[in-house]
Design a protein around this ligand. Structure first.
Ligand code: DP6
Length: 352
């Protein structure tokens, strides 16, 4: 018998200019609105997946579904478990259950019950305001599909990654990417708007203002979106704003892109703050960063903010404005930062 395939996939995180917030009913992560993002070159998850050979396992081959949610049908048969290591550790119970449930969905799709070993590393610190679940589930979808003997196209990989995390659907493609808000699994996948070479001067400076883990996950937050009286208004405003972002990407117009991105982030956070119960992801440092970005603009430097479900602030600028932005983050906000630019889509390699 030949040795099992070991497949390694690399995926980049992404930052959304038009944010996905709020799902259709059900557990397929079908968003209620289109979202548009940039894939981030310097924020990479590398995930290796290999089949676990059938038969008795070494005792140290540890960890897997025995730690997963008790509701899971499959329980502590170590030979029947997946093995998961993220950043060199067995993830906590919730993250492990989410990973194993996702692998179960991949096995159902592939029609293959093979148990899998998963080893995943991020090039960026967790809790730095960059969603590791986007790059994480994109890389896992691609590596697991190949380890299960399947070779889906990008649209199908995007659908699969979406089952793990909605924003992961966008990390399959490089450059500028839109997740279409289809109302069925088949209709809901990402498409590339422009590749990573189309606007190489664009930068995202991520100011790391807090590395504490957020108290409400995006998954729980999506469920609250419709409880905000502002949510309907947000959904009505998005088509025009999304068109502004598509046009800005096509024309490489930062002020057009940045003004729509700021509006959209504020609209999403207004929905969050007026949900029942309300969700506040900002801290005082977040507000200082917003004011500092506006002050840069008054000095003639094109810089715009966007903020995900957390306190950290992404500052969009051009290469020519990078020094001014990073000096501001270091000197005025006393914060560390990551610099990213448009990055590539998923990359997969296999060995035997
Ligand atoms: C605010 O459901 O993709 O980042 O799986 O927890 O990473 P996680 O989140 P997900 O929601 C993302 C919400 C957002 C906006 C966005 O990226 O579009």
């Amino acid at each position: 018998m030949s040795a099992p395939h070991s497949i390694t996939a690399r995926a980049c995180a992404n930052i959304a200019f038009i944010k996905y917030w709020g799902n259709r009913p059900g557990d397929l992560n079908l968003p209620l609105n289109p979202s548009i993002s940039m894939t981030l070159n310097s924020c990479v998850t590398t995930t290796t997946v290999e089949p676990i050979p059938a038969g008795p396992q070494e005792p140290q081959a540890v960890v897997g579904a025995q730690h997963a949610a008790p509701s899971r049908a499959r329980t502590a048969q170590s030979a029947a478990d997946d093995e998961v290591l993220i950043g060199g550790r067995v993830p906590g119970e919730k993250a492990l259950a989410r990973t194993v449930n996702f692998l179960d969905a991949m096995r159902r799709w592939a029609g293959n019950s093979q148990r899998l070993r998963v080893i995943s590393e991020n090039s960026f610190p967790t809790g730095c305001g960059i969603a590791s679940s986007a790059s994480g589930f994109a890389a896992l979808a691609a590596a697991a599909a190949a380890a299960l003997g399947k070779h889906p196209d990008a649209a199908e990989l995007s659908r699969l990654a979406r089952l793990g995390s909605g924003s992961a659907a966008r990390s399959i493609m490089g450059g500028f990417v839109e997740l279409l808000p289809g109302d069925t699994h088949q209709a809901c996948h990402a498409v590339q708007l422009a590749d990573e070479n189309s606007w190489p001067e664009l930068r995202d400076v991520v100011a790391i203002l807090s590395s504490e883990e957020k108290t409400t996950s995006s998954a729980d937050g999506h469920k609250l979106a419709a409880t905000s009286e502002l949510f309907e208004g947000r959904l009505r405003a998005i088509p025009a704003r999304a068109q502004q972002v598509r046009d800005a990407i096509r024309r490489r117009d930062l002020s057009m892109l940045g003004s729509a991105s700021e509006e959209d982030a504020l609209s999403m956070h207004a929905v969050m703050m007026t949900s029942r119960p309300p969700l506040f992801y900002w801290t005082e440092r977040t507000i200082r960063a917003i004011n500092a970005v506006h002050a840069l603009r008054r000095r003639g430097i094109e810089a715009f903010f966007t903020i995900d479900a957390g306190p950290n602030v992404h500052i969009l600028c051009l290469d020519s404005g990078l020094d001014a932005v990073t000096s501001m983050v270091r000197d005025e906000l006393a914060a560390e930062f990551i610099i990213a630019q448009p990055g590539p889509g998923i990359r997969v390699e296999g060995t035997r």
